[in-house]
Design a binder for this molecule. Structure first.
Ligand code: PGA
Length: 247
């Protein structure tokens, strides 16, 4: 059995006042569950406070990106070691917004994923096709290439998570259909198993893109969907908890 991971992605949202949302989630998730876990990935400025707030709970805290190197002359960047030091246990890498806004390519994403493992935290490696690619019937080709190059070759003994996020479904309210999700997730599972054998059959594969309390149950019921990466609906404790309860 693969544990379900309900992960929030706050993106560039949240000030000190948002810690109250973390408090509410942490208060509900007092003890760990055998079947599912909860994670909130928050801006770097909030990680330490969020981690302190969630300390006595089953809620994990994560970052939203990291630099491949440990330290050095990279003004404004944050390493995986720094995230871990602040209290993060996961980090999102290769989100389509990072790929678009910062030109991050598959090779960079793979280096970031390696950096995460070096620092002892779990990378959530994001992939997903554009609307153009989907309309051109290129979805599986794009996904295959991204997965191939974004997951480091020597990751067979490493813990990592894959998130499938069709770009056209992110923040648009346009959720992929169950059939579309099913097709891509089965494809991803086959690719991971082929590449990493038994370990590949145990990798958590999350769906992301306009997931919310109203559609979470049907998405999470799809075979090979092992959780969700939730943007907008993770900002409010009530919505995030409602999705977690559905899982
Ligand atoms: P959304 O974002 O849930 O707001 O569509 C998902 C994501 O970008 O991770």
């Amino acid at each position: 059995m693969i544990k379900t991971l309900i992960a929030g992605n706050w993106k560039m949202n949240g000030l000190a006042g948002s810690i109250a949302q973390i408090e509410t989630v942490a208060a509900k998730l007092k003890s760990p569950s055998e079947t599912k876990s909860a994670l909130l990935c928050v801006p770097a400025t909030l990680i330490h406070r969020a981690a302190e707030t969630a300390r006595e709970s089953a809620l994990a805290i994560g970052g939203e990106t990291c630099h491949p190197e440990v330290s050095g002359a990279h003004t404004g960047d944050i390493s995986a070691e720094m995230l871990a030091d602040a209290g993060a246990s996961y980090v999102i890498v290769g989100h389509s917004e990072r790929r678009a806004d910062h030109g991050e390519l598959n090779g960079t994403v793979a280096s970031q994923a390696k950096a995460a493992r070096r620092a002892g935290i779990v990378p959530i490696i994001c992939i997903g096709e554009s609307l153009e690619a989907r309309d051109a019937g290129e979805t599986l080709n794009v996904i295959e290439k991204q997965l191939g190059a974004s997951v480091p070759g020597d990751f067979e003994n490493e813990t990592f998570v894959v998130a499938y996020e069709p770009i056209w479904a992110i923040g648009t309210g346009k959720v992929a259909t169950v059939q579309q999700i099913d097709e891509v997730h089965n494809f991803l599972r086959a690719q991971l198993s082929q590449r990493f054998g038994d370990a590949g059959s145990r990798v958590q594969i999350l769906y992301g893109g306009s997931m919310k309390p109203a559609n979470a149950a049907e998405i999470l019921a799809v075979e090979n969907v092992n959780g969700g990466l939730i943007g907008g609906a993770s900002l409010k404790a009530e919505d995030f908890l409602s999705i977690y309860e559905t899982a």
